[in-house]
Design a protein around this ligand. Structure first.
Ligand SMILES: [Zn+2]
Length: 111
């Protein structure tokens, strides 16, 4: 009897799907995502969106561009002020609605 059994751990090398997120030039967070939409065989539209501050814009790029290329183009145009920035959604939170002035009534009951 006996016999050491070494437990073998199977190493599964799953290719991690890298989220292609980039730094937002406006809010500084790494939350820019790029999505493509085919336009024709030579060009496509890239939709650039920031999941943090809601920045959103579209630009036309050659169809061979990948996300990083599109992002580079976006940064160039953004810095030159040539981009039309749209806001994504209307998640403007109205804060500062504090209810003040409700004085607590001091009612001391003496038996
Ligand atoms: Zn942002």
């Amino acid at each position: 009897m006996g016999g050491k059994r070494k437990k073998r751990t199977k190493i599964v090398r799953a290719k991690p799907k890298l989220p292609k997120t980039f730094e937002c030039p406006r809010c500084g967070k790494i939350s820019i995502t790029v999505e493509f939409e085919d336009k024709d065989s030579r060009s496509k539209m890239a939709e650039i969106r920031c999941g943090s501050c809601g920045l959103k814009t579209e630009l036309e790029i050659p169809s061979i561009y990948d996300e990083a290329n599109a992002y580079g183009r976006f940064i160039d145009l953004y810095l030159e002020g040539k981009l039309e920035i749209k806001e994504d959604g209307e998640h403007i939170v109205n804060e500062g609605n504090e209810d003040e002035g409700k004085g607590s009534e001091l009612s001391s009951e003496t038996n």
